[in-house]
Design a protein around this ligand. Structure first.
Ligand code: SF4
Ligand code: SF4
Length: 440
């Protein structure tokens, strides 16, 4: 229930912590530009300025934590466009996270999310089992006839959602031969650890293998610490900082004592959580900082080490017209946007074309695309138009969640070109193989 101005404001301790940040907002509306939820809805409370007003209202007692307010903070893609656009330096993401955390502490999350956060995420074998169950359900979903589609979730005009293939052997189970092993080809250029994250492990194991094998073929020793668990992104974005911190500690245990130059990832969201969000959750923790500073995107590592030529050695490959989608967490989270383009342009079989809106959010944002599927597809439709205009044969990105969302959008809006990770593109061009995200 909303509380009136005369009522005593509740104490919102997590929002209080960032009140200086809230106070910096001068309500100029520069953050409206490129806010995807605002662009589609034109609702003031779905942009950052509106959310900051709501946060102020909560602190002063003008409003209460109503269902509407909770929804307004939930219906946000965490795309960081508002933070980048703000001329006053307001950390809009900190405001959004603090309110979500407040909501989580007061209301908790739904039963399914609670079960997954509490009993699944920290246990890779349980997560794998859950993925297999979802994979089997997905088979029935995909096989359902068109007339049945209108009764199914995430289906529109007979077109069903494209789901990830969770039934394949996961990456973790395939990696016994690339455990820490020493380097057979003499002193390695670098020694790195690979952080796969859940989606690469369960839905895109072939991408993870290509990253590892690509790096190995360039003389980099790669290890896969098996103590690693989910980065915690689903819990963090649902405001559950306790679970995220527990997962962070497990990952710290897995990585802090391995003697590596870098921790490489191929999932933009995992990279942003390991490299940025853990530091926010553990301010001043030197071990977390040490781990975070080693975190690097696969493409950036390749460019920084100038080893892209290893991927250019193949001949007689067909020229592919390729465009690139910037994952929000890679460009605005980790500041990586030039390296993927440099890597793609270095490949002799690639004709790179830039598309309009390359860094616009795809609308996936993890569970956002499940909770707000129509809005998510609104973003997807816009993206598909830009992809079509680019004339590209293949769309490349560097985040499994974006890959799934873009594949689904392209399929839904009638332009089903392949959506590949950069590591897949390298292999795709050489072998002509198609990956699981290709849809005809
Ligand atoms: S968050 Fe920044 S850009 Fe948005 S209204 Fe406030 S000061 Fe302006
Ligand atoms: S994070 Fe993205 S979707 Fe959310 S308010 Fe900011 S710009 Fe809008």
């Amino acid at each position: 229930m909303p509380i009136g101005k005369t009522q005593k404001a509740l104490k919102y301790e997590f929002i209080e912590e960032i009140k200086d940040n809230i106070a910096k907002c001068v309500m100029c509306a520069s953050c409206h530009a490129n806010c995807p939820t605002y662009e589609l809805s034109r609702s003031e409370t779905l942009n950052a300025r509106g959310k900051i007003r709501l946060a102020r209202g909560l602190l002063t007692g003008e409003i209460g934590l109503t269902d509407r307010v909770v929804n307004d903070f939930d219906e946000c893609l965490s795309c960081m466009n508002c933070r980048t656009a703000c001329p006053s330096g307001v950390d809009t993401m900190a405001v959004i996270s603090a309110v979500r955390h407040e909501v989580h502490e007061r209301r908790g999350v739904g039963m399914v999310a609670r079960f997954i956060f509490s009993y699944i995420l920290a246990h890779p074998w349980r997560l794998n089992l859950l993925a297999k169950i979802v994979g089997i359900l997905s088979l029935f979903y995909t096989a359902a006839p068109r007339w049945l589609a209108r009764f199914l979730p995430f289906a529109n005009k007979g077109v069903k959602r494209v789901n990830p293939d969770f039934l394949k052997k996961n990456l973790r189970s395939s990696l016994s031969d690339i455990e820490p092993s020493g380097e057979e080809r003499g002193t390695p250029l670098k020694r790195v650890a690979f952080f796969s994250g859940c989606m690469t492990d369960l839905a895109f194991p072939e991408t993870g293998l290509k990253v590892i094998e690509g790096l190995k073929s360039a003389g980099v020793e790669v290890i896969y610490p098996k103590g690693q668990v989910c980065c915690g992104a689903p819990a963090y974005f649902a405001g559950d900082f306790t679970t995220t911190k527990e997962l962070a500690k497990k990952n710290l245990e897995a990585f802090v004592n391995v003697d590596v130059d870098a921790i490489v990832y191929s999932c933009a969201t995992c990279g942003s959580v390991l490299g940025e969000i853990y530091r926010e959750l553990f301010p001043g923790d030197q071990q977390i900082r040490k781990m975070a500073l080693k975190v690097v995107d696969f493409q950036k590592l390749v460019i920084d080490m100038s080893i892209e030529s290893i991927f250019s050695a193949q001949e007689n490959t067909r020229k592919l017209k390729v465009t690139y989608h910037d994952p929000c967490h890679l460009k605005r989270g980790m500041g990586v946007d030039k390296e993927p383009r440099r890597l793609l342009k270095s490949l002799p079989h690639v004709e790179f074309v830039e598309m309009e809106g390359a860094d616009a959010c795809c609308g996936g944002a993890g569970t956002f695309s499940m909770k707000f599927y129509d809005s998510s597809m609104g973003q997807g439709r816009r993206k598909v138009e830009w992809i079509k205009k680019s004339g590209a044969d293949i769309l490349v990105t560097a985040c499994p969640s974006c890959q799934l969302q873009l594949t689904d959008s392209l399929n839904r809006f009638g332009h089903p070109i392949p959506v590949l990770h950069t590591a897949d593109l390298i292999d795709y061009a050489f072998s002509g193989r198609r990956t699981t995200t290709d849809r005809k």
